[in-house]
Each structure stands twice: as C-alpha cells, then as structure tokens.
Design a protein around this ligand. Structure first.
Ligand SMILES: O=P(O)(O)O[C@@H]1C[C@H](O)[C@@H](CO)O1
Ligand SMILES: Nc1nc2[nH]cnc2c(=O)[nH]1
Length: 271
C-alpha cells in the first residue's frame, strides 16, 4: 500500500500547487462548506489514481483545494463508508494520502443520530471521544512501520487543544454546541430501539456510520483531529418518526450555516 499512497500523493502534488496543512472531511449534507473556500481547485475522486469513488447521495466525490481566510485547506467533499462495500483500508485510504501530502490537522464532520435526549435535530456536537462499534479495526493486518506504530495510543483521539480552540471560537460567535461521544457502527441500517438503548448505556451521545475508521488512522499517522457531528435526527426510539437519508441530508443542510461559520473560523485560528 505504501507505494500506492506515494503514487497518489505525487499525482496530487503534480496537479496542484496548494500545500495545505489542514484537511476537512465533510459529512452527509455538509458539503456546502466548499462554497466558502476561495480560489478553488477541484479534483474528482475518479481522476485520482488509487482513490475509491463515493456512492452515497449527499457525497459528491471531489477533493477541493483552496483557501479559507488566506489559509490553505483541502476538503473531502464526499467520504467512503464501510457499508458501501469498501475494505477498511479503502475507507481510510485518503487519510494515508493526506499524511503523505503534509496534512497535520484534520477537521472531521458527520451527520449522526442523537441518543442523548438533551439534543435536538440541528444540534452541533463537538466530539470528545468515540466508541468503535464496527466490529473491526482499520489497522487489522500486518503493520507498516513507515506509517505508524503497531499499537497506536488513542488517549486523546480528539485533541483537547483543538476542542478548546473550537469552544472559544463558538463562544465568540455565539454558536450553540454540545459536547459528546460519537459511536460508529457499520450501517447501512439505522439502529433498532434496543440497539440505541444499549449504545446509550455504553456512553454514546450520537450514533453514526463513519468517522471512527478515519479518526483511528489519523491518530495512527500522527494527525491531530477535531470532530464535529451534526445531529440530524434523534436516534430510534427517541425520534417520533422513521429515519430517511433524505431527512438526514435536509437537516444537515439547514444546520450548515452554523456549521460552516464555526469551521471557517476554526480554520482561521488553527491554520
Ligand atoms: O458520512 P456521514 O457519516 O456524515 O453520513 C451519515 C451516515 C450515513 O452515511 C448516512 C445515513 O443517513 O449519513
Ligand atoms: N447510525 C446512524 N447514522 C446516522 N446518520 C444520521 N442519522 C443517523 C442515525 O440515527 N444512526
């Protein structure tokens, strides 16, 4: 895999002059953030050697390079999910490329169901930690020491200094947010009510189908992570109606204004 990562990275370096240190992964319905990126340079995933292609509605499938407040960034408009049938190594492939490209900080976002009853659809949740309920780990297999250690530490999977900075930015802008634990499952089914009760007992405040694999690999590679969930619906058993991906994307788009304002101003501070 190392030579593939080098090949993909070399392609990107030849295709763009941007050399960002900050990357953003945009969750379902949150892709509008790219409208706030100046001097954009876009590359379709299908044109990038060795890159998988996103198959989910609300996930466009492009890398968007550019600037936010003069800070160079690259955004993934569209991510890869385990439920799409990709291997964990494919789901997380972009993280390896990001590291090789020089990315030091990752802002990862997602749409998620709120299992914490104090949340509402539209709530933005700063991720304090996560629970891997995928039943597997993206690092299973032979370790390549050129990437990272065999037994990576996950003590501060979501960096405290980045969370403190995000809180300061939100407070200054008057953006309301909660803090909580994200639990990632394979999907593609939304949870049963019994699963939500079990996950809540385990400590989950929000439940989704992504993020955990990418954040695991980012930590392995030594990339600092900040995570934000957009609570698009209350989880099963708390919600008053059945879930649909259309509603998820719709609510994420509505919460997008606050989400974008928050992320833009975080980038301006960390860049
Ligand atoms: O990519 P994210 O985690 O934002 O997308 C969530 C999880 C599923 O892909 C989808 C379900 O509606 O939204
Ligand atoms: N697993 C899961 N993923 C989601 N993505 C958006 N809402 C949900 C949800 O309720 N459960």
């Amino acid at each position: 895999m190392y030579s593939k990562v080098v090949e993909t990275t070399n392609f990107l370096k030849e295709t763009t002059e941007y050399r960002p240190k900050v990357a953003i992964v945009l969750g379902s319905g949150l892709g509008n953030l790219v409208d706030f990126i100046d001097e954009k340079m876009e590359i379709d995933y299908s044109d990038i050697p060795n890159f998988p292609v996103s198959t989910v509605a609300g996930h466009d499938g492009k890398l968007v390079f550019g600037k936010i407040g003069g800070i160079e960034v690259v955004a993934m408009k569209g991510r890869f999910h385990f439920y799409e049938g990709y291997e964990m190594k494919e789901v997380t492939y972009p993280m390896y490329v990001m590291k090789q490209f020089g990315i030091e900080k990752l802002i990862v976002s997602n749409a998620a169901g709120g299992s914490n009853k104090t949340y509402d659809p539209g709530t933005l949740m700063l991720i304090t930690d996560h629970i891997n309920a995928f039943g597997t780990n993206p690092l299973i297999g032979k370790n390549d020491d050129r990437f990272g250690p065999r037994f990576p530490d996950m003590t501060e999977a979501y960096k405290i200094y980045l969370r403190d900075l995000a809180k300061e930015v939100a407070d200054n802008l008057g953006i309301a947010y909660k803090e909580g634990v994200y639990l990632g499952t394979t999907g593609p089914t939304y949870e049963t009510g019994a699963e939500v009760r079990a996950f809540t007992g385990m400590g989950a405040d929000a439940i989704g189908m992504s993020t955990v694999p990418e954040v695991t690999i980012a930590n392995y590679l030594g990339i600092d992570v900040l995570g934000i969930s957009c609570i698009t619906n209350m989880a099963t058993g708390i919600a008053e109606k059945a879930h649909s991906h259309e509603d998820v994307v719709d609510v994420a788009k509505k919460a997008g204004e606050n989400f974008c304002n928050w992320v833009i101003n975080i980038v301006k501070k960390i860049g």
